[in-house]
Design a protein around this ligand. Structure first.
Ligand SMILES: CC(C)(COP(=O)(O)OP(=O)(O)OC[C@H]1O[C@@H](n2cnc3c(N)ncnc32)[C@H](O)[C@@H]1OP(=O)(O)O)[C@@H](O)C(=O)NCCC(=O)NCCSC(=O)c1cc(O)c2ccccc2c1O
Length: 277
């Protein structure tokens, strides 16, 4: 099915579109299996920030452009090794960066579900990208794996610890120590993806899941996301959950009384608010 995506902003390395409450970010470097360079990552950060700020957007899809000229698909093959320096990935400004880590944190903390739509390779830092998304829908041609120990890298953050929460310690260690590749069915069986569909159904399925989520209570979804994160993310996770508690508290008459009293230069009257058991 063809959807009426509307371009939301012009970028070089990504395509950013919106439709009916859904934002879609597509990494668009198919000739490099959608490997990211610092500019790609900066654009992704900017687009995710826009999707966060846009109150009409409730779900974000993250995917990779394809197929490339040789007919192969990729979600993302991680950091672009051709511009990797000795302090990170070097962009046009000559500055080395590992700024995909900022995007990982952003995906986790954005108070809206992010769904990875994976066709073809999700490898290395590209694999970690789908891992940090709330949900993953895989095409039947999807291939998953880490390459770090083969190419002189590793992601000891979410790429290791959150992966282990998803597939278990033994499997996560296997994935990183052996650097094998796993097909969509194997990924489904280890709980790494939520569903496997045919390649021509991938976007349709992602949009269907997004529409289903959009029908649900936005605050309930927001609170659930921060609740799922809180346990693993330590102080940062608790901050997110607590921020949502503050958001809800601000909506109460009790909190309004405090603010109004301050602005009206009077003593607040909190006595009228019950202390529920
Ligand atoms: C993804 C592949 C398994 C696909 O294999 P296939 O045989 O289908 O395709 P080719 O290998 O021929 O690739 C076609 C074409 O694309 C280029 N390419 C593919 N991936 C990359 C890449 N990551 N960087 C640069 N270029 C890439 C390839 O060179 C070909 O170009 P030609 O001009 O020769 O046609 C296979 O491509 C593959 O294994 N790719 C490498 C995967 C990889 O090792 N990725 C990096 C892992 S490390 C990482 O991503 C990483 C990034 C970070 O920012 C971190 C930050 C903090 C901590 C850790 C980080 C981290 O680990």
């Amino acid at each position: 099915m063809k959807f009426n995506w509307i371009k939301a902003k012009e970028y070089k390395d990504i395509i950013y579109e919106k439709m009916d409450g859904i934002a879609k970010i597509t990494i668009n470097r198919p000739e490099k299996r959608n490997a990211f360079r610092p500019e790609t990552t900066m654009e992704m950060y900017d687009a995710f920030a826009d999707a966060r700020e846009d109150s009409n957007i409730g779900v974000i899809l993250l995917t990779g452009a394809g197929p490339s000229k040789d007919g192969k698909y990729a979600f993302c093959s991680g950091g672009d090794q051709s511009i990797r320096g000795n302090k990170g990935y070097v962009g046009k400004d000559g500055v080395p960066r590992l700024n995909i880590l900022d995007v990982q944190k952003q995906i986790r903390s954005i108070p809206k579900p992010v769904i990875a739509l994976v066709a073809g390779y999700a490898i290395g830092g590209g694999h970690v990208l789908h891992v940090v998304c709330d949900l993953t829908i895989a095409a039947d041609n999807a291939i998953f794996g880490q390459t770090g120990p083969m190419v002189g890298s590793f992601d000891g953050g979410f790429g290791a610890s959150y992966l282990a929460r998803i597939v278990g310690q033994k499997k996560a260690r296997e994935i990183w120590y052996l650097c094998h590749q796993y097909n969509a069915q194997e990924a489904y069986e280890m709980g790494l993806v939520n569903k496997v569909v045919s390649i021509d159904q991938l976007e349709e399925e992602g949009v269907k899941w997004a529409y289903e989520i959009l029908e649900k209570s936005p605050l309930a979804i927001r609170l659930l996301k921060s609740a799922f994160n809180a346990e693993l993310d330590g102080q940062a996770g608790i901050q997110e959950l607590a921020g949502n508690a503050t958001l809800l508290y601000y909506m109460t008459d009790e909190a309004q009384e405090g603010k109004n009293a301050y602005n009206e230069k009077r003593k607040p009257d909190f006595k009228k608010f019950p202390r529920v058991p």
